[in-house]
Design a protein around this ligand. Structure first.
Ligand SMILES: [Zn+2]
Length: 341
């Protein structure tokens, strides 16, 4: 009987050592429970002789106590282990830094341009990217057979109801006509937006790009107002020392038309690689609104006059940041884009 008990205890303890929390109650039932093995041995004591009984009883009770206390120990260990799993989340560890996006350099430039013009009372106006030929060309003094149409290579949009009349705007100028049709002077607006041209892409041309058009119409608006506005803009974006010079150019919707140049913001006018050693940088095209355009939207050109200008936002961004290839903007190369955040 003694051997039997010792073997049972040894087997039970060995098994207990590897028992997980979920199986602990099952172990207890099999060994010390009401129909467990040790309980069975205890019941057998009654059949022993009176001389053997006391010793067997002591052994069996000692075995029971050993198993019960081993059970409690095991239970404590297993519970400690499972709560250790929960505490394995170390709240003092530094977290992962979330990836923070940044504004695209063209977006940053566009916002700065809007802010600069907002400061002198120019309201930003939105206008459709899919346009009618009428607004993109005709109302801007560019009829169908006009040779100036060659200046804008156009993406046309299929429209069965009005074939050949729907297109992706080639400039933001259509907004001029749309605003003037709906508003009486005085007008001071800018029209920032995306434009499309069917063009070969190279270091200075993209098929899609952003433009900001500006328009001011009122009584007694002169070329001097245009010049002052552009000088203010150049100084606000490129530094207080910038100067402006204007030379003749041609656009169908302005008369006279001009190109505005600013003194080089890199060399200050002495001549460098950026300005091609001339000291001057081409900034934008501009001019006085053509009388035909004013008449076309129902304004009396003898009473009102105005100026308009249009700039490529990518070009302004390239000048600001010293970027030499417009294609960098739309390659989505993070090594490039991260430099601006
Ligand atoms: Zn220079």
């Amino acid at each position: 009987m003694q051997d039997q008990i010792e073997q049972l205890v040894a087997r039970a303890l060995e098994e207990l050592a590897g028992t997980p929390a979920a199986d602990l109650d099952d172990w207890r039932r099999r060994y010390t429970g009401r129909s467990g093995e040790l309980t069975g041995i205890l019941r057998g004591i009654g059949k022993l002789s009176a001389g053997e009984r006391p010793l067997a009883g002591q052994l069996a009770n000692a075995a029971r106590q050993r198993l019960e206390s081993a059970f409690e120990d095991r239970k404590t260990v297993v519970e400690a282990e499972s709560s250790a799993d929960v505490e394995a989340i170390d709240v003092t560890l530094p977290g992962y830094r979330p990836v923070v996006g940044g504004l695209h350099p063209v977006t940053q430039t566009l916002r700065d341009i809007r802010r600069v013009f907002a400061n002198i009372g120019f309201r930003a106006v939105d206008s459709p990217e899919v346009e009618w030929d009428e607004y993109n060309f005709e109302k801007l003094n560019i009829p169908r057979d006009h040779p100036a149409r060659d200046m804008w290579d156009t993406f046309f949009v299929d429209n069965p109801d009005r074939p050949g009349e729907m297109l992706l705007r080639t400039h933001t100028s259509p907004a001029q006509a749309r605003v003037m049709e709906q508003t009486d002077p005085p007008i001071r607006i800018i029209t920032p937006g995306r434009c499309y041209r069917y063009e070969d892409v190279d270091a200075s041309h993209e098929a899609t790009f952003f433009q900001v058009e500006g328009l001011a119409v009122d009584t007694n608006i002169t070329m001097a107002d245009l010049r002052g506005t552009l000088e203010y803009f150049a100084r606000a974006l490129f530094g207080e020392d910038r100067r402006i010079r204007i030379r003749g150019s041609y656009f169908p919707f302005t008369e006279p038309s001009c190109e505005a140049e600013m003194s080089c913001h890199v060399c200050g006018g002495d001549g460098c690689r950026v300005c091609g050693r001339t000291g001057w940088i081409e900034m934008l095209g501009a001019g006085m609104v053509h009388p035909d355009v004013l008449e076309g939207v129902g304004y009396d050109h003898r009473k009102y006059s105005g100026f308009a200008f249009g700039m490529g936002v990518e070009r302004i961004a390239m000048l600001r940041y010293g970027i030499d290839d417009i294609r960098h903007f739309y390659r989505n190369d993070l090594r490039f884009l991260r430099q601006f955040n």
